[in-house]
Ligand binder design. Sequence first.
Ligand SMILES: Nc1nc2c(ncn2[C@@H]2O[C@H](COP(=O)(O)OP(=O)(O)OP(=O)(O)O)[C@@H](O)[C@H]2O)c(=O)[nH]1
Ligand SMILES: [Mg+2]
Length: 306
Amino acid sequence: MSNIFNKLRESLQKTRDVTFGKIATFFGATEIDDSTFDDLEELLIQADVGVETTLNLIDTAIEKVDELGYTRMSQLEDLLRTELSALLFDAVEPDFTEKPTVIMVAGVNGSGKTTSIGKLAARYKRMDKSVLLVGADTYRAAAADQLEVWADRVGVPIITGQQDSDPGAVTYDGIKSAIARNIDVVLIDTAGRLHTRYNLMEEIKKVYRVAEKALPGAPHQSWIVIDTTTGQNALRQAEAFGKAVNLNGAILAKLDSSAKGGMVFAIKDQLGLPVIYAGLGEKVEDLELFDKRSFIDGIFTKNEGK
Ligand SMILES: Nc1nc2c(ncn2[C@@H]2O[C@H](COP(=O)(O)OP(=O)(O)OP(=O)(O)O)[C@@H](O)[C@H]2O)c(=O)[nH]1
Ligand SMILES: [Mg+2]
């Protein structure tokens, strides 16, 4: 367990150094004073928590400090940690009761979809699940190749189509094939950018609809991959996907190379989505179930010994 904590903590180095470290230093003062809340507001916004989410946090903090008669910064720090924790869901892994459990992964181009799918395939395989990958990004020539590299690396089967073939048809074939082969988990990789004559959101909707046609109830999970390095912008993009299909979770990619980890707090607040996994690097093992306690400890912990 301590390993898991260390890895997430290590991955949060940039967020800690560039943004949340300042908040930790800020809490080094002893007494709450007149400028405390203004300063904290500025620090939280700088830390990519988002204006709306920050203003809500500050309002709550002012109210509670007053109500509880707090005067010390250490009390305010505890309060903020509790409030931040309330902004995160506890991550729950799918229970895989549906066979196959169909998981659709969406997100803008370059966000980390294919990499996350490769890591998820390895993770589920380690959990003794049989996994099949479906390459529903048929527009970009290299997309199927990239997914195939992951399928080989992890040792799982893959269904793809010819370039420019119908992503709906590939999805349908993939799910039917998984049913025939008694596969436990189907992971569908979708396009992040299309040829100008196509509309990305219409395409995503279609893949979703076809999945349902191939297996009623599918996709059982629809996850948006969010590139953590893009901060608040990524939330606007996720919102657009959420309007097209019924999302039920987020994967935070590139937490290790981002200083904008604070954007995590706006995901539940602004999108209503739980963060299920965190991507902590480019390697197959660099993906973990999102542990909110470790995350909060990780962004506040000072870098002793570094
Ligand atoms: N450091 C780091 N890099 C990551 C992580 N996840 C993905 N990447 C890198 O981000 C880049 C884009 O990842 P892809 O998985 O190809 O992204 P995609 O969403 O499939 O991209 P398109 O197929 O072009 O839409 C690659 O160079 C990955 O190695 C992560 O958690 N950490
Ligand atoms: Mg891809």
